[in-house]
Design a protein around this ligand. Structure first.
Ligand code: DGY
Length: 295
């Protein structure tokens, strides 16, 4: 099969380089070119040509999209998390799925540590204080809490969780963790439940994939046990946290640090993620082993 005959449906304008290269190497369909109420017709019109879908953490191959694409052979996700891909359906239909592991681990771990320090040292509030002219006017600012030495509890000691652990060790932070199975890490303390982990941590970091077992893994009880001085860092997905519970407990507070979905958002990582997507699609066309297969 010639490269340019692979019809690729890009679900969202996620990365300029990726879009340009998909357009150059394959036959690109941009989903957003058709209005939302014209998408069913768009899919019907192009169903036989579209053999690949490129999605991301926000838009991906759900059951309805897969059902609308009878010629679909591969879903190449521009993300490590594939919680929005209907994996059982892909398995059933023999559709291959790839993601972008490893290349984003460092950036996501860096951001987790940055957020913890920002929350404890009140960096966003300090920035607002200076911009409002208050530092100049008063010459004084509230004291904050130290990061070094704080007990860090990590939910999910996978690639990203481990990268966070090694970073915070450099700040003399004891590392605790929870996940379904205990791992053989003598320097890290295992807790068999998230509540016990939260009770023994100052900073709780969500670093696990989203699935039915981890949805709402942080609920009101966990927040209460973490306590008013505790810091919650969610570098996973929104639904990891029982959001209405969290909103009622914390959201109104000034000490919440909010960032968009940007854990992997550096030039270096997004380029590497794009190259993995492109490499997986090319491998598929050439019938070579996929670079980062999930299914
Ligand atoms: C991922 O890759 O799953 C991250 O959420 C960044 O998009």
């Amino acid at each position: 099969m010639a490269m340019e005959s692979l019809g690729v449906l890009l679900l969202h304008p996620m990365n300029a380089y990726l879009e340009q290269e998909l357009d150059r190497r394959f036959r690109l369909f941009r989903f957003w070119d058709s209005p939302p109420d014209g998408r069913a017709e768009f899919l019907r019109a192009n169903a036989s040509a579209i053999r690949a879908v490129v999605g991301n953490a926000g838009y991906n191959a759900d059951a309805a999209l897969i059902d609308a694409l009878p010629s679909l052979e591969i879903v190449a996700s521009f993300s490590v998390g594939i919680d929005r891909v209907d994996l059982p359906k892909c398995r059933e239909r023999g559709i291959r799925v790839t993601n972008t592991p490893d290349v984003l681990t460092d950036d996501v771990a860096d951001l987790a540590v940055g957020l913890a320090i920002a929350a404890l040292r009140k960096i966003p509030q300090a920035d607002r204080y200076v911009r409002a002219g208050l530092w100049k006017a008063k010459g004084d600012y509230t004291l904050t809490a130290r990061f070094s030495g704080k007990r860090v509890g990590i939910i999910g000691l996978g690639r990203i969780g481990l990268a966070i652990a090694t970073r915070v060790e450099a700040f003399d932070c004891p590392v605790n963790y929870y996940q379904r199975t205990k791992k053989d890490y003598p320097n890290y303390t295992y807790y068999p439940s998230v509540v016990e982990l939260a009770a023994n941590s100052d900073i709780l970091v969500v670093a696990c994939p989203l699935n039915e077992q981890t949805r709402h893994i942080v609920n009101r009880e966990v927040i209460e046990v973490l306590g008013p001085k505790g810091v919650l860092i969610n570098i996973g997905r929104g639904p990891h946290v029982d959001e209405p519970e969290l909103v009622s407990a914390l959201f109104a507070l000034d000490n919440v640090v909010l960032v968009p979905h940007v854990g992997s958002g550096t030039h270096e990582t997004r380029q590497a993620m794009a190259d993995l997507v492109l490499g997986n699609l090319e491998a598929h066309v050439l019938k070579k082993p996929l670079l980062t297969p999930v299914v």
